[in-house]
Design a protein around this ligand. Structure first.
Ligand code: NAI
Length: 514
């Protein structure tokens, strides 16, 4: 019997390893032969560790398994998918799974992440085969046609970036995966890398082939040791199978990928600091222009794309740009792997075409708050993203619709708060975060963030409240328009949105107690 026990960090963090040991021990004691497969996570994170058993009817899931549950699972005949209080039935019929449109996450949670045969058996490799068939120029056309935009948050069209690099005259070009996933409440990059690393390797190879690069780097944040382990295994397997190296899959195209681990700086998710760090320097932002597409790693034209962007390329090539473009709304084409987190009942990863409203995501999919109290705010797009109140819950999840309200979808992270949240403290946290993570190169970010913390403290204490709120707004403007990069430039968004939507939280000291 095949039993799936995830090796995704979210499952490991809640005891998947101990559950695995208990299953192995129990099976041995009962003389049962089992085959353990360490899959990625399905993304139904509130159910982890989610153990699955393969049966003729499909894979049956058992959620929140503890080591102490294992004997009773065996008693209930779980090796044949037997009924048990922890059973969720067929995983693929679970509404949280069944209602998704999985493109980028097609195989995540299903396959053995480091088994190339399993990858191929589930459709892996077809994108690159197609790329080799149509040639570099057509690959870029296909990616452009798909409407795929940079999933790191800025949403710049991937095809145009690839074309810029391909067209830049150079002796060498590079592909760099930005895997420095530092936003609060985001974990989609991590889940792809832990659950289907070959899709990233294939996506990078497609990009390298399209732009004429023979070398790629994955810049991975230090806080993701499990990713490093899985990626290392996958890179080795890919090399051994001839999917990387001098002659990729017999095509004559040479490409290899090097894994580099960061040192824990949020700002190294900003592409120019990332490149500095990759070159061995301190992670400090560079002035743009020149863009990395013209002058990137070691001065060469470089595609720097987020994990999700590159991991979507194989599906686009395999299924066609038109298929991908047929999903979504407006200028937001395709799907977005939403990461639903914070105070929410059904936290997890949910891939769906753009266009669901924020209310549908938080209430229908996320199930509202875990505490059962009313939702008061959702921070969308990480620590630099705006707080969105329920009055804006009819906003469709799409780049432009969010921009209209001075908010952003960013990397697709959504952090839910209930009505006990103090938004002045959240605003303070935004400024403090920026102060801690600032690289220090530009004044608005370096000094402004610290002045921001002090000013919010004064407001909260009730010192010259209205004058200090005005000062804070002025400071936000200076940071927005004067900072060198998105760290200082976006840190004001949570602050301004808190001021705009929750003004009462900043005036608690001066308002009479209710
Ligand atoms: P940006 O708008 O300056 O650039 C976006 C990308 O397009 C960059 O790679 C840039 O080099 C490229 N680009 C722009 N014009 C181009 C052209 N004409 N030709 C070729 N390439 C071009 O945005 P930036 O500063 O890279 O990112 C800001 C975003 O990052 C924010 O919107 C925010 O959502 C997001 N963000 C994401 C985080 C995460 O953890 N994923 C953390 C913090 C911010």
């Amino acid at each position: 019997t095949k039993i799936y026990v995830p090796r995704d960090m979210a499952a490991l963090a809640v005891g998947a390893k101990r559950v695995l040991a208990a299953i192995e021990k129990e099976a041995a004691a009962r003389g049962e032969t089992i085959q353990i497969i360490r899959n990625g996570s399905r993304g139904l994170l509130w159910l982890e560790p989610l153990v699955e058993v393969e049966t003729p009817e499909g894979r049956i899931g058992y959620g929140n398994v503890k080591p102490s549950d294992v004997p009773s699972l065996f008693d209930a005949g779980f090796l044949k998918g037997g009924a048990h209080p922890l059973s969720i039935g067929k995983v693929e019929e679970h509404p949280y799974w069944a209602k998704q449109t999985r493109v980028t996450f097609e195989r995540v949670g299903i396959i053995d992440p480091v088994n190339l045969d399993d990858y191929v058996a589930h459709g892996g490799g077809q994108g690159l085969a197609k790329a080799f068939e149509i040639g570099p120029a057509k690959v870029i056309e296909e990616v452009t046609k798909s409407g795929l935009r940079g999933r790191g948050g800025a949403g710049f069209p991937a095809g145009i970036k690839w074309k810029t690099v391909a067209d830049a005259p150079a002796d060498r070009r590079y592909v760099v995966t930005n895997a420095d996933e530092g936003d609060s409440g985001t974990f989609a990059d991590r889940m792809v890398m832990e659950g289907d690393p070959f899709v990233l390797i294939e996506g990078m190879t497609i990009c390298g082939y399209a732009i004429g690069a023979s070398k790629g780097f994955i810049y991975l944040r230090a806080e993701y040791p499990q990713c490093a382990e899985v990626l290392t295994e996958a890179l080795e397997a890919a090399r051994k199978a001839g999917w990387l190296g001098e002659n990729v899959r017999g095509s004559g195209f040479a490409f290899d990928i090097e894994l580099r681990i960061g040192a824990g700086a949020y700002v190294c998710g900003e592409e120019t600091s990332l490149l500095e760090s990759l070159e061995g320097h301190r992670g400090i932002v560079r002035v743009k222009p020149p863009l990395p597409a013209h002058v990137g790693f070691m001065g060469r034209p470089t595609v720097v794309n987020n994990v999700l962007t590159l991991a979507t390329a194989p599906a686009i090539l395999a299924k066609g740009g038109e298929y991908y473009a047929s999903l979504g709304v407006g200028r937001s084409r395709g799907t977005m792997p939403l990461q639903i987190a914070g105070n929410v009942k059904f936290g997890g990863l949910y891939e769906t075409p753009f266009g669901l409203t924020l209310g549908e995501i938080v209430n229908d999919i996320g199930g509202g708050t875990l505490t059962g109290r009313p939702v008061r705010a959702v921070q969308c797009g990480g620590p630099l993203g705006a707080y969105v109140p329920p009055s804006l819950f009819d906003t469709p999840f799409d780049y432009e619709a969010f921009q209209k309200h001075d908010s952003l979808i960013g990397h697709g992270g959504l952090v839910v708060f209930d009505d006990t949240v103090d938004m002045a403290q959240m605003a303070r946290f935004g400024m403090e975060f920026c102060a801690i993570e600032s690289c220090g190169k530009c004044t608005p970010c370096r000094i402004g963030s610290t002045r921001g913390v002090e000013t919010i403290d004064k407001i909260v204490e009730g010192v010259d409240v209205e004058a200090n709120i005005e000062l804070l707004s002025d400071l936000c403007n200076t940071m927005k328009f004067g900072s060198l990069c998105a760290l200082g430039g976006f840190a004001p968004y949570p602050v301004e949105s808190a001021l705009r939507h929750y003004p009462e939280d900043f005036r608690k000291a001066t308002l009479p107690a209710a």
